[in-house]
Design a binder for this molecule. Structure first.
Ligand code: NAG
Ligand code: NAG
Ligand code: ZN
Ligand code: ZN
Length: 606
């Protein structure tokens, strides 16, 4: 938001006018005339007095007119700012938009900014929309590790509590904690979740479900459609992850059982969409009915770098964001409460896991556009609101530098290499698999090499100087370096970008807000749980009473007709074994390079 310069702010006046003002002020205070009576000049004085009165009148009218015009001109920006009531609490109807850039660390921003400056021919001081709204940083450790995962990270946001890696809004003692979305729903707010990965993945899961482990996605899906001790808490769901809603007898299902959750959701009142046509029928949100469930991919929506050439199949994060905000603001236009929505740029994290910088810059740009769309919404909305955006952690240990040789390194990295890539390593990996082992597979090795060089490397990645060894590494990939990792490494090394892990890292991540005044408690460096506390306090929600309600559902059963008398909280799934650390940090076990070399963490837990 642009800095507001009050139009009627006092301006520095010249010495002469300030002297006159001082004289007049004196006169007002003392009740004495400012000019000495002078008989000879009485006539002039009378005219002067009349002139002054007239001038005062005109000036007053001018001020009133200007004030009215000013008021009119600035109604928009005034209406967005939150009213702060007694005790510094926000008051009045308001909306809360929380955005999560999963896995986006500070280097992702530096990389994307430089990338865009190069590709769009922008000056060196051109920055992202996010950059313009940076207000602080967040410390991300979980209760069980200095390096958090998305589950513990999102639990800090949803419940305001630290928990162990893998926990879905469950405390280290395996009892559930109330979430900001649940509390908002109970307080009469409309609620939404928008993501680009599975809607059952850890970040969205933490807002609308409780599970002892993030992998209990079948149960998470059930809770999200209302098989939840508090009943249905989410009104709007847009994203991927259809496979957890389909019975295991259906193509494209990844459920362990034969339950049809699409049918269950529809019975529960949800309007269901599964493709672009269904999304387009919402007409940008003006033709929508809540509750709604839009699942546009079996698992993930493709990376933006790949999706942009399939936009007739998948909506973008920005499109889903704009639609969701329209739907929720329309649904709440006549109610006392506004809405709460969590919007996630889910796959910034996946690009980090894959060490794929070309995929990541496009994910960050897509997130920046969604962030800007929310700012547009806040500008135009007559209901005040705040947008807060942060990451749960960094992924990949990305650095905008890489030493390629033993000699002292050059000081540079090359965004032009990323600009030449037109697909992600995930996409190219799938193409290669299809070519080598799909129905029309080609067995001739020379043809395979040509295909890799020309179609995948030149057209897909913009790499024209691949060595025979690099082509061979793609053709005869071992489990340690699957083709996806090889593609990503080809481009990272050429761009001179470094990665230290295929997992997460412990670096602090950035906090952004629509307006630092409205998100003032998050200015500066904070614990990730402070973000959760802010979300609850902005809507003045009582999270602990929700926790109490959940704690009293210890023997609740997803089967509405039964009480579960087996174990406390068994609806949250097996409270896992001793192998999962739930309290305190681990220590060094001397297991440097212990890991089994045959094992590949590819596509592991995010
Ligand atoms: C599908 O789910 C049912 C239980 O709901 C189970 O008995 C069956 O074995 C499952 N089938 C597969 C192929 O997993
Ligand atoms: C990008 O592609 C163009 C056209 O093929 C090529 O001339 C240029 O050298 C490439 N840039 C980089 C950094 O690889
Ligand atoms: Zn994450
Ligand atoms: Zn991750």
């Amino acid at each position: 938001m642009a800095q507001e310069e009050p139009l009627l702010a006092p301006r520095p006046s010249s010495d002469r006018s300030s002297m006159r003002n001082a004289e007049e002020e004196d006169a007002l205070l003392t009740g004495e005339r400012t000019t000495r009576p002078d008989e000879r000049r009485r006539g002039w004085a009378v005219w002067r007095e009349i002139g002054l009165v007239a001038w005062a009148l005109i000036a007053t009218i001018a001020v009133v007119v200007l004030a009215v015009v000013y008021q009119h001109e600035t109604t928009k920006s005034h209406s967005q700012s939150t009213s702060w009531g007694p005790g510094g609490k926000p008051s009045g109807k308001r909306n809360l938009i929380f955005m999560v850039s999963d896995g986006m660390g500070p280097t992702s921003l530096s990389m994307t900014r430089s990338f865009r400056q190069l590709t769009d021919g922008l000056p060196i001081d051109d920055i992202l929309v996010l950059d313009q709204h940076h207000i602080g940083t967040s410390r991300t450790r979980s209760s069980s590790s200095l390096v958090t995962d998305s589950a513990a990270g999102a639990t800090a946001f949803s419940c305001g509590h630290k928990s162990y890696n893998g926990a879905i809004s469950v405390l280290p003692d395996h009892s559930p904690c109330g979430t900001v979305l649940e509390a908002a729903a109970l307080a009469g707010y409309k609620t939404g979740l928008v993501v680009t990965t599975r809607i059952t993945d850890a970040t969205p899961a933490c807002f609308a479900s409780h599970a002892n482990l993030r992998s209990y996605e079948d149960s998470i899906a059930e809770q999200e459609i209302g098989e939840h001790p508090l009943g249905r808490v989410v009104d709007l769901i847009l994203g991927g992850g259809r496979c957890h809603f389909l019975p295991n007898s259906t193509d494209g299902s990844c459920r362990g059982d034969d339950r049809d959750l699409v049918a269950a959701a529809t019975d529960n009142g949800f309007h269901y969409m599964q493709d672009r046509a269904g999304f387009d029928a919402l007409n940008g949100g003006t033709e929508a009915k809540l509750p709604m469930l839009g699942l546009f991919a079996e698992k993930d929506i493709p990376y933006e770098i790949d999706r942009r050439s399939q936009s007739e199949v998948y909506p973008s994060l920005e499109e889903m964001t704009r639609t969701a905000l329209t739907v929720l603001s329309k649904a709440t236009e006549d109610s006392e409460q506004g809405f709460f929505i969590m919007i996630e740029g889910s796959r910034i994290d996946h690009a980090g896991h894959g060490n794929d910088p070309a995929a990541q810059v496009h994910e960050v740009l897509a997130y920046d556009k969604a962030f800007a769309a929310v700012l547009d919404f806040l500008d135009e909305s007559s209901t005040p609101g705040v947008l807060v955006s942060t990451s749960d952690h960094e992924t990949g240990g990305l650095s905008a530098a890489k030493q390629l040789h033993k000699s002292y390194p050059e000081y540079l990295w090359l965004p032009g290499v990323l600009a030449n890539a037109s697909h992600s390593s995930e996409y190219l990996d799938a193409q290669l698999k299809e070519y080598l082992s799909g129905p029309g597979k080609v067995d001739d090795e020379a043809k395979q090499q040509t295909y890799i060089r020309q179609t995948l490397l030149e057209k897909g990645l913009g790499i024209t100087d691949a060595t025979d060894a690099e082509v061979d590494a793609l053709l005869h990939a071992d489990s340690q370096a699957p083709p996806q990792y090889v593609f990503a490494d080809l481009i990272s090394r050429r761009a001179q970008l470094g990665w230290s892990t295929h997992g997460h890292s412990a670096v602090d991540v950035n906090i952004y807000a629509s307006c630092s005044k409205d998100a003032w408690p998050l200015v500066g460096n904070h614990e990730n749980t402070d973000v959760g506390s802010f979300l609850a306090s902005y809507l003045d929600l009582d999270i602990s009473s929700v926790t109490k309600r959940l704690q009293s559902s210890a023997y609740w059963s997803p089967d509405a007709s039964a009480q579960d008398v087996s174990t406390e909280f068994s609806w949250m799934g097996d409270p896992v074994g001793a192998e999962l650390r739930t309290d305190g940090l681990d220590r060094y076990h001397g297991d440097f390079r212990k890991r089994d070399l045959g094992e590949c963490g590819c596509g592991g837990v995010h």
